[in-house]
Design a binder for this molecule. Sequence first.
Ligand code: PEP
Length: 255
Amino acid sequence: MPRRKPTIAGNWKMHLDRTKAVELARAVRRGAEALGPGVDVAVVPPFVYLEAVAKELAGSPVRLGAQNVCEQREGAFTGEISAAMLKDVGCSFALVGHSERRHVYGEDDARVAAKLRALLDAGLDAVLCVGETLAERDSNRTEYVVREQTTQALLGVSADEVRRVTLAYEPVWAIGTGRNATAVQASDVHLYLRGLLSGLYDGQVAEAVRIQYGGSVKPDNAAELLNAPSVDGALVGGASLKADSFLAIAAAAPR
Ligand code: PEP
């Protein structure tokens, strides 16, 4: 079974301006080229800077993703952005189910599933984020929560299609808090999710799907997290806004 290549993706959220976004993309591009092909690097800028960043990344190995997508194909949906539009400006994937979309904007599992479907139908890849709140972890419901989120989102997703989905385990209590999951905590959930995929599909599919960890990943905890069993990279928020810290995380991935 070939090793899953780690992916380090930077979610820029609603930060930066056009100049800073392009500068950061340029620095990430240079750093990723120096790292070589053993690790996949991706950036996820705000919608309005996607095109400028795409130009900066043209011909480079750095992948471009969007933070969100509309579940509708096209039409009278003011303020929304379709999967086809994302593809048109150079995205190869988008996030769905990020905890800020679920908890701040009230997106439920049905909406996350519809967004995932829209991406796959448009020929884009998806990063499906799942994770429990602190109250859910404290009441031993972590596995139940990530199982429900994953199973609901993957309803109707074929074995061929799921190979275009990366799971991101992002405990809500670790996102933007400076308190990361330990390598053991992350690994336990990743192994659980891989077992779940094996049941939903089969062992081969489960071994092929990448599962990233996200939640306060920084240069000083990256090596431990990224070398933990079944952790195939990281989705990075705060530390992705500076090229040095983001590239230091990417350099810590096993290659
Ligand atoms: C995220 O928003 O996906 C994230 C992991 O953020 P941070 O790294 O800042 O915790």
